[in-house]
Design a protein around this ligand. Structure first.
Ligand code: URP
Ligand code: ZN
Ligand code: ZN
Length: 480
């Protein structure tokens, strides 16, 4: 008796609030039913496994364009392979505006490259140069085209924008209905500290962490929130590295500000000591903000428990360690200032978090689903993603909660030649991934054709509407 195209049978379905034994019926690309004794043309046995929504990684740098016309080495094809291997089915990646240039041409080139993806994807648009043309023509157009989130860097040459530029971007997002995501570190403070460190001869990778202590991140987080409050525009603070920063966010959340927080796998599993490895090895662990220490990771877990942090992403960055295009692009012994920031994590994110979170007893499997799939989809308006319910896309991961694995770079199946998590033992691992009703990974073997991924255009959604709290009731964003 066939009812559905596929039935996932006998597993434990995990939702953001509960777990229960049920079958899942899939018709075409969509979840059609969840219930007992479902029948289908094809049956996938999930006995002893957790059945969870495919991961949604809302912060990934993939094939990101550089000003010289080249792109990061992780392509949409290799990144999709890595995502499927790790149980992730959707990613939000970054289209970049270059200073002095309009958005249009680089976005068009990025869309052309992304069309090769196998995973489903959407974009954040990085704004580096908020000219009148960008603010009044290009941002409204790209939001209307479904790119409903903007990223602002408060530090980094040549990406950073000043406070006035940031306010203009917040106001444009408010007018047209987008979420603004923010990289919070103080540009001037990092520049000053970096110059001093280099002048003192402190050049090796470990000094990257010294150049950007917690105060630098905390100040910029406070400022980003204050300016978002001024405009009454919802924001998400990206890659929160420690509890002190999360506390700034918690204070704002408590007074009703629409500010959400993301942390990443690396801040829960790596520390600044990893950058103090011999020779150039430390460069493998360099990202911004810098990983802190074990206490900071413990503080983040406690903020996760309190609900301050909504999303755990990978901030996957596609720099190889060998060769001349990635970590060594400024030479074999470049000073820390010139080493590209970022670590790969798209393939490892879910296994790391399941192991450190669920297997270690810090969070439940429902928390895991909420932090890694449900919340990222909900916060970024990916309406059909991140949940197992009728009508949702049949993006599903079957997870063996007892499987013990030692992570290797080869398992990541990405284009990067190293993993910062090499040799780490994890408990719990994905065994099968479905993307829109199609099995794309079984026991680590990925099978999918380039170009089968889909761009997910994001329609307006209520969640990111302004809170309606403006000083004196005056909406300056209508006039500036
Ligand atoms: O070090 C990092 N995080 N690199 C990627 C770019 C960013 O800041 O998100
Ligand atoms: Zn960032
Ligand atoms: Zn990033």
């Amino acid at each position: 008796m066939a009812g559905y195209d596929i039935v996932i049978k006998g597993g434990t379905v995990v939702t953001p609030v509960e777990q229960f034994r049920a079958d899942i019926g899939i018709t075409g690309e969509t979840i059609a039913a969840i219930g007992a004794d479902l029948h289908g043309e094809r049956v996938i046995d999930a006995t002893g496994l957790l059945v969870m929504p495919g991961g949604v990684d809302s912060h990934c740098h993939i094939e990101q364009l550089r000003a010289d016309g080249t792109a990061d080495e992780e392509s949409f094809v290799s990144a999709s392979t890595s995502a499927f291997a790790g149980g992730t089915t959707t990613a939000i990646t970054f289209s970049t505006q270059f200073k002095g240039c309009p958005i249009g041409p680089s976005l068009a080139e990025y869309q052309r490259r992304a069309a090769t993806a196998m995973m489903d994807y959407s974009f954040h648009q990085i704004i580096t140069d908020p000219t009148d043309e960008v603010i009044h023509q290009e941002i409204p157009a790209l939001i209307a085209a479904g790119i409903r989130s903007l990223k602002v860097f408060l530090t980094y040459d040549p990406l950073h924008v000043d406070d006035r530029g940031f306010i203009r971007i917040l106001a444009a997002a408010r007018r047209h209905g987008a979420l603004v995501t923010v990289h919070c570190e103080n540009y001037a403070a990092i520049g000053w500290m970096t110059e001093a460190l280099l002048a003192a001869g402190h050049t090796i990778p470990k000094y990257h962490a010294w150049s950007r202590p917690v105060a630098v991140e905390r100040e910029a987080t406070f400022r980003a929130i204050a300016l978002a409050e001024l405009v009454d525009q919802p924001i998400q603070i990206f890659h929160v590295s420690c509890s002190e920063v999360a506390e700034e966010i918690a204070r704002a959340q408590a007074r009703g500000v629409k500010v959400w927080a993301e942390t990443c796998s690396q801040y829960l599993t790596l520390t600044a000591d990893d950058m103090d490895r011999p020779g150039f090895e430390g460069a493998k662990f360099m990202c911004s903000p810098a990983p802190r220490d074990a206490d900071a990771a413990a503080g983040l877990w406690s903020q996760i428990g309190r609900g301050t942090i909504d999303v755990i992403s990978s901030d996957h960055s596609g720099y190889r360690f060998a060769g001349t295009a990635g970590k060594r692009s400024a030479g074999v012994d470049a000073p820390f200032r010139d080493i590209p920031n970022g670590v790969p994590g798209l393939g490892a994110r879910l296994a790391l978090l399941f192991s450190e979170g669920v297997s270690a007893g810090r969070i439940t499997a429902s928390d895991f689903v909420r932090l890694t799939a449900f919340n990222p989809a909900r916060l970024f308006g990916l309406q059909t993603k991140g949940r197992l319910s009728p009508g949702a896309d049949a993006d599903v991961v079957l997870w063996d909660p007892m499987k013990q694995v030692t992570l290797t770079n080869a398992m990541m199946q990405h284009a990067i030649d190293y993993s910062p998590y090499e040799g780490r033992a994890v408990t719990g691992f994905p065994v099968l991934t479905l993307r829109r009703g199609r099995v794309v990974m079984r026991d680590g073997t990925v099978q999918a054709e380039p170009g089968t991924g889909r761009f997910v255009a994001r329609a307006p959604y209520d969640f990111i509407k302004p809170a309606g709290c403006l000083a004196n009731g005056f909406d300056a964003s209508n006039f500036a």
